[in-house]
Design a protein around this ligand. Structure first.
Ligand code: SF4
Length: 401
């Protein structure tokens, strides 16, 4: 379904990228990982650029395939994160889809890079490449892994790490942190993330007014613009439209017979094909771990650094297997799904949850069947259209029976 909000979304993303491309020494450009402390950088007066978003753009435009070999030739294995290899390959090749989409000849030059290893160690290698290339400072937030609960000593450690990250950013920029501005930015981000959560929750209803595939488009502002009023305004607009769809009983698909959950990364180069395939099978993919990764319930303007530390540590990818099982069980019940699709992305083991028996354990808890789709986020050499279509069609056929 075409949402009216899409026009505002396009304009907002264009404005964001054009602002990044403008010369403005008073507002340095900071590169940040997608679940890194963007609010902190905005409070320091930075414009924030997200290389993972560029990675996704390389995937969606199917230009990643032409870029990856350039990174491989420079010594980056074809088996590591294909966001990393396609992004570095795009840099080496001197071509970016930002040119056609937003008129930017290249991603903006960084004054500073900030990575959080809450998601994987790859981001440090990725940002390290650019820190060397541009001779720019790199700050890395170290986050303990796979926690069940984030409290007590763990939270104290995370808070002190975030305080040090804030100090290192301040030193690199030669600026003092305005704590009032940080609290305001965080409050704004908290409101936006709550609106995004509500927008995704609209898909609990039947028929669902948006699918996972719509979500991968709609998530743009919460990834790249959280902490800005424009982001908050956008999700208010989107939510109002989705609520209107609910009132009118309008679903994202012409017919919704089955509902599925998607776990893992999108296959960016096959979003449209997969979206059309599921729609043709009257199956709505109504929820995903991925789109939900930018819901940060912990943000609290009364405790900006502590709650930032907590919010960015308690993301799904960084939790224990037991926590993930409970989370998936709850999500499947909330969204009333009939089954799950696990995407095993070859170059992202961190966001592939099918390798250590989790699908079977979730099946024991929920009784829900599942399939594992072999593929990748950006490297389409790892993805077979034929095998995926057969697997999905067979699965849905069985569910219908
Ligand atoms: S989480 Fe996966 S896709 Fe994201 S940067 Fe790390 S390895 Fe790449």
């Amino acid at each position: 379904m075409q949402l009216r909000a899409n026009a505002a979304l396009k304009a907002l993303m264009r404005e964001y990228f054009q602002d990044l491309g403008a010369e403005d020494p008073a507002r340095p450009v900071a590169w940040c990982t997608s679940v890194g402390p963007a609010e902190l950088l905005r409070a320091y007066g930075c414009r924030v650029y997200f290389p993972e978003n560029h990675g996704a753009l390389l995937g969606v435009t199917r230009t990643a395939g032409a870029c990856i070999p350039h990174a491989t030739a420079a010594g980056y294995s074809a088996r590591i994160c294909s966001y990393l290899s396609s992004d570095i390959g795009s840099h080496l090749r001197g071509r970016t889809p930002l040119a056609e989409a937003y008129g930017l000849a290249a991603p903006p030059r960084p004054d500073l890079l900030v990575a959080s290893d809450n998601q994987c160690r790859e981001v440090e290698e990725w940002f390290g490449y650019y820190a060397r290339h541009y001779n720019a400072p790199l700050v890395v937030a170290r986050v303990p892994k796979f926690l069940d609960r984030i409290e007590g000593h763990a939270l104290d450690y995370l808070t002190s790490e975030m305080e040090q990250v804030a100090e290192r950013i301040g030193r690199a920029l030669g600026r003092a942190l305005d704590h009032g501005r940080l609290a305001e930015t965080l409050a704004c981000s908290a409101r936006a993330t709550a609106l995004w959560k509500e927008a995704l929750a609209c898909a609990r209803h039947r028929p669902a007014p948006l699918t996972f595939f719509d979500g991968t488009v709609q998530m743009g502002p919460i990834v790249v613009l959280r902490g800005t009023a424009a982001c908050e305004d956008y999700y208010r607009l989107l939510l109002a439209e989705l609520r209107q769809c609910l009132d009118e009983g309008r679903g994202a698909l012409p017919a919704e017979r089955l509902r599925l959950y998607w776990d893992g990364m999108p296959v960016w180069g096959r979003l449209r094909a997969l979206s059309e395939l599921f729609a043709s099978l009257e199956t709505a993919v109504v929820a995903s771990t991925y789109c939900n990764s930018w819901v940060f319930d912990a943000f609290d303007a009364a405790e900006p650094l502590r709650s930032t530390a907590r919010a960015y540590a308690e993301i799904f990818i960084n939790r224990s297997e037991a926590w993930k099982e409970e989370y998936l069980e709850r999500a499947c019940a909330d969204f009333q799904v009939d089954g799950l699709v696990y995407h095993d992305a070859l170059t992202c083991p961190h966001n592939s949850n099918s390798r250590f028996g989790l699908p079977e354990r979730v099946k024991r808890r929920t009784g829900l069947p599942y399939i594992v789709l072999d593929g990748d986020l950006n490297d389409l050499r790892c993805y077979s259209d034929e095998q995926s279509v057969i697997k999905i069609e067979t699965f849905i056929e069985q569910l219908k029976q």
